[in-house]
Write a protein that binds this ligand. Structure first.
Ligand SMILES: *Cc1c(COP(=O)(O)O)cnc(C)c1O
Length: 416
C-alpha cells in the first residue's frame, strides 16, 4: 500500500504526511511514485505478447514529474490540447507515441502537432478532417489520422463522464464512420492510420468496454474489405478506481475482455487510461482550521476547498477522509461535514464522516491523484496547492505553491 499507517502516522511510502505538511505547507497534493509505476506495469503486463501502447491520458494529472515518469516507463500520451502537447514535450515524452484527441482542435494546435510528429490526430467531425487536410497541405506533410467513432454503448457511469452515447458531443456517429474513412482515404495530405473510441470514465464493468471493442472490430473489418488498412485500434480509457466500496475490474480483466472481443488481429492495440494510472497514487493533504458545532454534527473547516479538489462539488464524488494521526481505539467520533473556506454552499469535500477532529490536525483526502490538481482553479484568489512526489524515503517538491502576487500578475489596474 502506497498510503498506510505506521506507528500511528499516515505515511506516503516511507515518509510521514505530517513531515510533508511541515516542510511544504497545506493544502498539498502528495503522490506516491511506486503506485503510479505499479498501475502502469499492470496495464503493460495485461498486453504481454501483443503489440500494444498504453497512452497515459494527460488531462488526469499533467504535472511534469508525472509525465516524465510515464515517459521513463515507456508510456505513450493521449492529449487534448496544444498545451498538453507542450507539457509532454517538456517532460521528454516521445512524440511518436502521442495521440491528439478532442472535439475542438484549433488550426494552430493541428499545425503544432504535425510539426511535432505525433502518432495520430483523432478526428471527431467531417469539418475537422477538412481542416486537417488544409493545414497538412500548407505544411507539405501527410497528417496521420484516426476517427474517434461513437459506438453508442452505455458505459453505466455518471452522466457527466459518459461520452460514448449517440447524443453526446464526442466522436463521429457510427453510421457516418465508413463514409468519412472513404473520404479521408482519398485525400492527398491525410494518412489513415487508426480508429478510436472512448465510452466514458470510471467504468466499473467490463461488458460495455468489450461491447465497444466488438463494435470497433466490425468497423475495422468493413474498412479492410474496402481496402483501408489500419495500424492501430484505440479502445480508449475510463477504467474505474475504488473511491469507496466500488469493485472495479483489474486492468487485466478489462484488457482480456476487449482482446477477446477483438479476436486475433495484427493492429497495435492502444488504451488511454488516466484515472486508473494516477488516481489512487495521490492524496490531498489539508489542515483543520476550525471545528464548528452545528446541532447534531460538526462542520470541520479545512484549508483545502473546492478550488483545490472540484470532484465532490462537480460530481457529488465521494473521497475517503483519513486522519493523519491514527485514531486511538475508543476515541469519541462525531458526524462531520468536511468543508472548505470558499464562499459556495457546494464547497463540501466530504459529508457525514465519523471523525474526532481538532483544530490544527491534518486530514488526508484519499484517491485524489486524478482530476484533482488538474481541475483546480484560483477561485476566491486562492493559490493552488503545492505538489510533492514521494519515492521511498525521498520527497521532492514537483510544483511549488503559487504566491498570491502571481495570481494577479497578468492583470492591469486601470488608473481612471
Ligand atoms: C479523458 C479521456 C481518457 C481518460 O479517461 P480516464 O477515465 O481518466 O481513464 C481517455 N481517452 C480519452 C479520449 C479521453 O478523453
Amino acid at each position: 500500500m502506497a498510503f498506510a499507517y505506521r506507528a500511528g502516522q499516515l505515511c506516503a511510502e516511507d515518509v510521514a504526511l505530517e513531515d510533508l505538511a511541515r516542510r511544504y505547507g497545506t493544502p498539498c497534493y502528495v503522490y506516491a511514485q511506486s503506485a503510479i509505476e505499479r498501475a502502469y506495469r499492470e496495464f503493460a503486463a495485461a498486453f504481454e505478447g501483443r503489440r500494444a501502447l498504453v497512452a497515459y491520458s494527460v488531462k488526469a494529472n499533467a504535472n511534469l514529474a508525472v509525465l516524465a515518469l510515464m515517459a521513463r516507463l515507456g508510456a505513450g500520451f493521449d492529449i487534448v490540447s496544444g498545451g498538453e502537447l507542450a507539457r509532454v514535450a517538456a517532460a521528454g515524452g516521445a512524440m511518436d507515441k502521442v495521440l491528439f484527441s478532442g472535439v475542438g482542435k484549433r488550426e494552430s494546435e493541428i499545425a503544432q502537432a504535425l510539426a511535432a510528429g505525433v502518432l495520430c490526430l483523432n478526428l471527431e467531425s467531417e469539418a475537422e478532417l477538412a481542416r486537417v487536410e488544409a493545414v497538412a497541405a500548407r505544411l507539405g506533410v501527410r497528417a496521420p489520422i484516426a476517427f474517434r467513432v461513437n459506438p453508442d454503448v452505455d458505459p453505466r457511469t455518471h452522466p457527466y463522464i459518459a461520452t460514448g452515447l449517440r447524443d453526446n458531443k464526442f466522436g463521429v456517429a457510427w453510421d457516418d464512420a465508413l463514409r468519412l474513412y472513404r473520404q479521408a482515404a482519398r485525400l492527398p495530405h491525410v494518412r489513415v492510420v487508426g480508429i478510436g473510441c472512448h465510452i466514458g470514465s470510471q467504468l466499473l464493468d467490463v461488458a460495455p468496454f468489450a461491447e465497444a471493442a466488438a463494435r470497433l472490430r466490425a468497423l475495422v473489418e468493413a474498412l479492410a474489405a474496402d481496402g483501408i488498412a489500419l495500424s492501430h485500434i484505440d479502445l480508449g480509457g475510463g477504467f474505474g478506481v475504488r473511491y469507496r466500496d466500488e469493485a472495479p475490474p483489474s486492468p487485466a480483466e478489462f484488457v482480456r475482455a476487449a482482446l477477446e472481443a477483438l479476436g486475433p488481429r495484427a493492429e497495435t492495440i492502444v488504451v488511454d487510461p488516466g484515472r486508473a494510472l494516477v488516481g489512487a497514487a495521490g492524496v490531498l493533504l489539508t489542515r483543520i482550521e476550525y471545528v464548528k458545532p452545528a446541532g447534531a454534527k460538526n462542520f470541520v473547516v479545512v484549508d483545502a476547498a473546492m478550488n483545490d479538489l472540484l470532484r465532490p462539488a462537480l460530481y457529488g464524488a465521494w473521497h475517503e477522509v483519513l486522519p493523519v494521526r491514527e485514531p486511538r481505539a475508543g476515541e469519541t467520533l462525531t458526524v462531520c461535514d468536511v468543508v472548505g473556506p470558499v464562499c459556495e454552499s457546494a464547497d463540501v469535500l466530504a459529508r457525514e464522516r465519523r471523525l474526532a477532529p481538532r483544530a490544527g490536525d491534518l486530514l488526508a483526502i484519499m484517491t485524489a491523484g486524478a482530476y484533482g490538481m488538474a481541475m483546480s482553479s484560483n477561485y476566491n484568489t486562492r493559490p493552488r496547492p503545492a505538489e510533492v512526489m514521494v519515492s521511498g524515503a525521498t520527497a521532492r517538491l514537483v510544483r511549488r505553491r503559487e504566491t498570491v502576487e502571481e495570481l494577479f500578475a497578468h492583470e492591469v489596474a486601470l488608473a481612471c
